[in-house]
Design a protein around this ligand. Sequence first.
Ligand code: IMP
Length: 426
Amino acid sequence: MSTVVLVGAQWGDEGKGKITDFLAEKADYVVRYQGGSNAGHTVVVGDDKFMLHLIPSGILYPGTVSVIGNGVALDPEILLDEMEGLRQRGIDISNLRISSRAHVVMPYHKLFDELQENGDFKIGTTKRGIGPLYTDKVSRTGFRVTDLLDKKIFPETLKRIVEEKNNILDRIYGKPGLVFEDLLDKYQNFGEQLRPMVVDTSLLVNQAIDAGKKVLLEGAQGTLLDIDHGTYPFVTSSHPTAGGACVGAGVGPSKINRVVGVVKAYSTRVGEGPFPTELADETGEMLRRNGDEYGTTTGRPRRCGWLDAVILKYAARINGLTDLAITKLDVLDSLEKIKICVAYRYRDSVLYDFPDSLEVLRECEPVYLEMDGWMQNMEGIRDIKDLPPKAQEYVNKMVELCGVETCLLAVGPGRLQTIVTREVFQ
Ligand code: IMP
């Protein structure tokens, strides 16, 4: 049995798509467990670049079963588009399975996301309807895929919910309402297109685990965007952390063998919220340029800064990380000096643990450790013994600061630009 959870250890965009793609070659199943089309995974295969939002990166390997788990916010319109895009590029998608329990993103979720973001208080969301979708899920006014496929339940419930939503649109926002009949037709049609792939994915995945298959549970976003453990309220509305994998895939914690934290060799963040190591200078610009730090989903420039080991240590604790997959080391290739934040200075004290209060975090000044850069192009390196000594020192320092060993080091976006330091699947 080999069940591995893969999580982002920062604010998302750590390069999880590349690492998932790399591990997917060995995996029998790749399962998305939370988030929705707010995520964007870029996978580079040879000269081809694939941008995936909802479909797990495992889809690019014909033998791997790709699963959209119950915890995912499933936008059928975007999913069907993504499926068509892959088909047109010759990718076999017959191994895609969709949870009957996943909640369905409806047009009013996207509308409310947009309207809320247009107000005075902004989270900086992707406007993909994620917050409103999970709000409805928790307030028990959502639709699961199984409800969408039910010829009786879906029309009945949709009628009531559209009336409720139209009331809010009219009274709070002064906007025209949605037409029930149009939504019904459109979404029943989407449901019929998805029906052949819909199964009880928890059953499917547990059967695979029991049969000794290799299963990768793939998180979207990152630890600091977790609704409980992130920089609330500047977070997403799901659980990108390892605990979320159990809930969002319907797999018990005793079935998980390893938890891989994907961490970029520096930090980035999109959207609003404090970011202690943010660099508003030429180095920040260079990281954005060399790291191509623009959102896959929204195209927004990402805020860039030095690696924050306070956050890395926090991510190691919250997720119980067993392994680190460090990405984008090559982006630091040309730097003479590299800094790592090892603590925060807050008023008269020094903090070594990530604070719970955003107001405290806003006032935190990073305490940096400065290291020499390696000043060498690493994109062709495939073996750990060829890593420049200074780069090895940087990696060792990351390991020392969070207490988690590495499994993979990425030195470029391509599939082959990955150094294995220890095997993830048994
Ligand atoms: P939402 O998930 O669209 O509601 O956005 C909430 C916050 O999470 C915003 O700060 C977004 O920028 C951020 N976010 C959501 N998805 C991603 C992602 O895939 N990568 C990085 N940030 C994300």
